[in-house]
Design a protein around this ligand. Structure first.
Ligand code: KIV
Length: 271
């Protein structure tokens, strides 16, 4: 087994080297101290404090309601749990689309109050001024193109994006713009595998795919989906590595049984 303890800490420069060496980058979401500790120890490269916290932690239907304060709370919990991974935090909806000054203030709050290493923002040319301003302040930025869930009410559906040529061309151009602006990486969500491969090849910075096929420089999944805690979400791209919903249900059922039957606590479990 790989000795992950002795692996070096992940920085944006290490990610760049990984792309150059053809080593795939691994990224998972986490929103709390305990899960961050587990996935960091397991050797994950990037922990994304995604605004998917709005869905899997808070139970909302979309990522729109989560606030900057909520994200800072989740991000600071994650930072306390990790040793090696790079922690990237989503700027939530409504905290960067207004103007670049507001975007910078939001990014600064995340960096100062959570101790994270980078922020992620959804969009291309329409947010480029904000991206540049944040980068100028020395804050690393990860882009996010393709399906951008903060725009769900514009798209109207969570279906695959950039399947027709105009949107595909716009995505190619936006990816280049984000790279030229100085982003250290780009998430490509739910786009055709061929397009994701082409974009990944054309860029110097790494791409991290979700539902974007195998030719991106890395992969990301939402932790609750891949562990099978969240059972309601089953897109084609999702591989479930565990059925934690069933495991936890089993453990809780056993606990209820033991308490009801006065089997817990026993003589050795009391003072
Ligand atoms: O919020 C999130 O979890 C994300 C990933 C799906 C990439 O943005």
């Amino acid at each position: 087994m790989t000795d992950f303890k002795n692996l070096r800490k992940i920085t944006t420069h290490v990610l760049q080297e990984m792309k150059l060496n053809g080593e795939k980058i691994t990224m998972l979401t986490a929103y709390d101290f305990s899960m961050a500790k587990i996935i960091d120890k397991a050797g994950i490269d990037i922990i994304l404090v995604g605004d998917s916290a709005s869905n899997v932690m808070a139970g909302f239907d979309t990522t729109l309601p989560i606030t900057l304060d909520n994200m800072i709370y989740h991000a600071s919990s994650v930072v306390r749990g990790k040793v090696r991974a790079l922690v990237v935090v989503d700027l939530p909806f409504g905290t960067y689309q207004g103007d670049s000054k507001e975007a910078l203030q939001s990014a600064i709050r995340i960096m100062k109050e959570s101790g994270a290493s980078a922020v992620k923002m959804e969009g291309g040319r329409e947010i480029i001024e904000s991206v540049e301003r944040i980068l100028t302040a020395g804050i690393p930025v990860m882009g996010h193109l393709g399906l951008t869930p903060q725009s769900i009410y514009k798209f109207g559906t969570y279906t695959v994006r950039a399947t027709e040529s105009t949107e595909a061309q716009r995505l190619r151009e936006d990816a280049l713009l984000l790279e030229e602006a100085g982003c250290f990486g780009i998430v490509l969500e739910k786009i055709p595998a061929v397009l994701a491969g082409e974009v990944s090849k054309s860029l110097k910075i790494p791409t991290i795919g979700i539902g974007a096929g195998r030719h991106t420089d890395g992969q990301v999944l939402v932790l609750h989906d891949m562990l099978g805690i969240n059972q309601e979400f089953s897109p084609r791209f999702l591989r479930r590595y565990h059925n934690l919903f069933a495991e936890i249900t089993g453990a809780v059922t056993n606990y209820i049984h033991d308490v009801k039957n006065e089997d817990f606590p026993n003589d050795r479990e009391q003072y």
